[in-house]
Design a protein around this ligand. Structure first.
Ligand code: RFL
Ligand code: PHB
Length: 393
């Protein structure tokens, strides 16, 4: 068995694992990343698109902000389309100059992988059966299989950045782990297509036919979503039907703005809110989707992965530089305080904008009233804007 020694063993080469390795490397802390999939799969996985200022700042500080600064689209506002009226929420004006940046998660991942490899970082793809050992000791280990041989990584700490389905969270004893969960009775059918954006900013539409979101990746590629049943079969949704539905969920005066084009990706995402507590067990620390999932309506998942990495990297740097365990001891509590605020916002946006069906008449009315209130009150709109651009780390 081949054994490698490192300071921080990281499971998962998603945004959380890659960003953590990149920041620690800058501080002279060694890492090994073990990723189950191959590089092209990881780079091709279509997901998030909206980055908060704090995430952008973290990318820049990690030395991976150059292409993001060049190609990212600055969005100073968002639109809400409700009852045939489109209203702009001026994020910049309401938050004293803050905005978000539209830049695909695929690009974030590609930039981070390129930076890791350029720095000679130890990033291993195609690792099968990654298993955690001795996480309560001060020499935890990871084992995995690659090709025909078994390998071992001995480290000081393990960062579980392996997403919702990875093994890290399962390594917490059932008696310690507390899970909070809400599963929504709908999903999002998303497409990527070669077409110009519907408007200059994203449109979040509440419509009797169901929620729709009109997003983009560039001035030539759009990312649109429609609310659908969680078990939707894509066979039932040929491209024309998706475009027709997207058009119908826009306000009548906006429908001519939707331009169709070649669809090159189509998928259904179920929606859930999920938090696992605590995010630490012994020398294992969870970060990103390994510890929590938000419904995408608030655009918070990737940004929460970034804030976890911010807290965890600071704690690890303090440990190695000053022999201080204070940051490690408070990591779970500090990260969870921000996570729950983002959970609340994501749940609230999801509840307010989706159609929960006819059984929910009273709630539907209340949600409609809430949205009408938000769009008519500067105080309420400011609160929405403050959460959307991202609460401070
Ligand atoms: P990831 O990206 O899931 O990466 C985890 C990595 O771990 C690997 N892995 C393993 N490796 C080794 N051994 C194992 N046994 C392993 N099991 C898993 C996986 O292969 C993978 O490479 O988690 P991470 O890094 O925490 O990043 C989280 C984000 O990916 C996620 O929160 C966002 O994509 C959520 N999200 C959005 N977030 C935003 O901030 N803004 C958005 O606009 C936004 N839109 C979205 C989204 C997620 C979506 N879907 C598909 C869930 C839109 C959608 C449709
Ligand atoms: C996206 O462009 O993929 C996107 C944008 C905003 C969201 C969710 C997803 O709230």
């Amino acid at each position: 068995m081949g054994t490698t020694r490192t300071q921080v063993g990281i499971i998962g080469a998603g945004p959380a694992g890659l960003l953590l390795a990149q920041i620690l490397d800058k501080a002279g802390i060694s890492t090994v990343i073990l990723e189950r999939r191959d590089r092209s799969y990881v780079e091709g996985r279509i997901r998030a698109g909206v980055l908060e200022q704090g995430t952008v700042d973290l990318m820049r500080a990690a030395g991976v902000g150059e292409r993001l600064d060049r190609e990212g689209l600055i969005h100073k506002g968002i639109y809400f389309s409700v009852d045939d009226v489109r209203t702009q929420i001026d994020l910049e004006e309401l938050t004293g100059g803050r905005h978000v940046v539209v830049y695909g998660q695929t690009e974030v991942t590609k930039d981070l992988i390129a930076a890791r490899l350029a720095a000679g970082g130890d990033l291993r793809f195609d690792c099968v059966d990654v298993t955690l050992h001795d996480v309560e000791s001060d020499k935890p280990r990871l084992t995995y299989v690659s090709g025909d041989s078994e390998h071992e990584v001995v480290c000081d700490f393990i960062a579980g950045c392996d997403g919702f389905h990875g093994p890290s969270r399962q390594a917490l004893p059932a008696s310690l782990l507390k899970v909070y969960e809400r599963v929504y009775p709908f999903g999002w059918l998303g497409i990527l297509a070669q077409a110009p954006p519907v408007a200059d900013e994203l449109i979040y539409s509440r419509h009797p036919r169901g929620f729709a979101l009109y997003s983009m990746r560039s001035m030539k590629v759009v990312r649109h979503y429609i609310q659908c049943l969680p078990d939707t079969d894509l066979e039932d949704w040929p491209d024309d039907r998706v475009w027709d539905e997207l058009r119908l969920r826009l306000a009548p005066q906006d429908q001519h703005l939707l331009q169709t084009g070649k669809v090159f990706e189509k998928s259904v995402t179920p929606m859930r809110s999920f938090v696992a507590e605590p995010m630490r067990f012994g020398r294992l620390f969870l970060a990103g989707d390994a510890g929590h999932i938000v419904p995408p309506t608030g655009a918070k998942g990737l940004n929460l992965a970034a804030s976890d990495v911010h807290y965890l990297s600071r704690a690890l740097m303090a440990f190695y530089a000053e022999n201080s365990e204070a940051g490690l001891d408070t990591y779970s509590e500090t990260a969870l305080a921000r996570i729950w605020k983002a959970q609340r916002f994501s749940w609230w946006m999801t509840s307010m904008l989706h159609n929960f069906g006819p059984a929910d008449d009273f709630d539907t009315r209340v949600r409609g009233a809430e949205l009408a209130y938000v769009l008519s009150s500067r105080a309420a709109m400011t609160s929405l804007a403050e959460n959307y651009v991202g609460l401070p780390f």
